[in-house]
Design a protein around this ligand. Sequence first.
Ligand code: FES
Ligand code: FES
Length: 150
Amino acid sequence: MITLSVNGQDVSYDGDPTLSLLWFLRDELGYTGTKFGCGEALCGACTVHLNGEAVRSCAVQMGDAAGKKVVTIEGLDPHGDHPVQRAWRALNVPQCGFCQAGQIMQAAALLHATPNPTTEQIHQAMSGNICRCGCYQRIEEAVRLAATGV
Ligand code: FES
Ligand code: FES
């Protein structure tokens, strides 16, 4: 039996330990804000926090999530009011929205670790999150805005 914390709640899982965390979150718990993009840790659509670090949930097996704390976009802030979410709304960042939960989780982890990132640090942290709509400029501006605490 695998136990872990997801968005502050203790949950358990009694299946294949090689199942990816992404499918556990989406199919077993119904946290569908976390998206499936590539399934190969290449796009960032599935980004969640694992013990506070941004990870690709498609590449984390349930066995490796045992005993850890997972936060998804649904758990980032109880009212959807995390500074990153506020900045995203203020600048109307999303286009289709598919990549955005992953972008926000990546940005939130960056700002938690580095509250005032340089442009280079923003580029480095966000470069693995692909946006097919090309919202990169607004994403960068929103990360900068979120760093001010909006
Ligand atoms: S779906 Fe996980 S990185 Fe693309
Ligand atoms: S907003 Fe469409 S993929 Fe990023």
